[in-house]
Design a protein around this ligand. Structure first.
Ligand SMILES: [Zn+2]
Length: 252
């Protein structure tokens, strides 16, 4: 079994009532770590419970839902992130979502919150995990103009050319399990060097079966598909993406 790390999973989701089984299945499938992603401060309690239950296996990234355009909620997020700094391995996911937010003035608010999140990560000396939906280029431009250096673009849906340019500058991209059926993700995996890739499930969404709950054990499908696309052994994909994840998030 390849030793792999799921760098993006929403394990605080209420659909994971059977968390013991979820973690056991992940371990059986070679997963040796999961970065839990939360997008609302209210999830922090459940996340801390999970981290305490599976020490050394789970780590935590704290972000802010880019479709929430509320100043008070945003300030609350910043306060909790600062308070919980010691428990975090990244700020994220934060970013831009032009799929759900179409109004121009709302997009401006979204971008200003995103830019503040980039600065927050810098002030806390944490790397960034970026959500960009229908806003890939715009998100990359904001990151560059804020001077962000430690960046992981998660489930990137933008143009491969934009991704290539960002990869050349050292940004990472995590390939989700949906790579098994998404041509856009296959193209991304083909074009970007393995040295810039990580693997994610984005559980409970973006799974192999549309509409069904996904879980970290499915990460092995992404590893195999990337290996097939890149024509390298799956062990090589595991070794490089796991090394990238450990270095990026500072995992032991
Ligand atoms: Zn996510």
């Amino acid at each position: 079994v390849p030793r792999i790390i799921d760098v993006h999973a929403h394990l605080t989701d209420p659909s994971f009532g059977d968390i013991e089984g979820v973690i056991a299945r992940a371990r059986e499938c070679g997963v040796e770590g999961v970065v839990v992603s939360i997008t609302r401060p209210a999830e922090i309690e459940r996340a801390e419970e999970l981290l305490a239950s599976f020490p050394g296996f789970l780590s935590l990234a704290m972000g802010f839902d880019p479709t929430v355009l509320d100043e008070g909620a945003y300030q609350h997020f910043c306060r909790i992130a600062e308070e919980k700094r010691a428990a975090l391995v990244a700020i994220g996911e934060v970013g831009l979502d032009h799929f759900y937010v179409k109004d121009h003035s709302e997009r401006a608010v979204q971008e200003s919150l995103f830019r503040r999140s980039i600065r927050l990560a810098k002030s806390l000396s944490l790397p960034l995990v970026i959500h960009s939906r229908s806003a890939g280029r715009r998100a990359l431009e904001a990151l560059r103009s804020e001077g962000a250096a430690r960046v992981l673009m998660h489930a990137f849906d933008g143009k491969s050319g934009d991704a290539m340019a960002a990869a050349k500058e050292g940004y990472y991209f995590s390939i989700p399990t949906s790579v098994i059926h998404s041509e856009q993700k296959q193209k991304l995996a083909r074009l970007l060097p393995l040295e810039r890739l990580m693997l994610e499930t984005d559980s409970p969404v973006l799974g192999p079966e549309r509409g069904a709950r996904s879980e970290p054990s499915n990460l092995v499908l992404a590893a195999r598909k990337v290996a097939e696309i890149k024509r390298v052994p799956v062990e090589r994909v595991a070794e490089v993406t796991t090394g990238n994840a450990r270095a990026f998030f500072g995992l032991a």
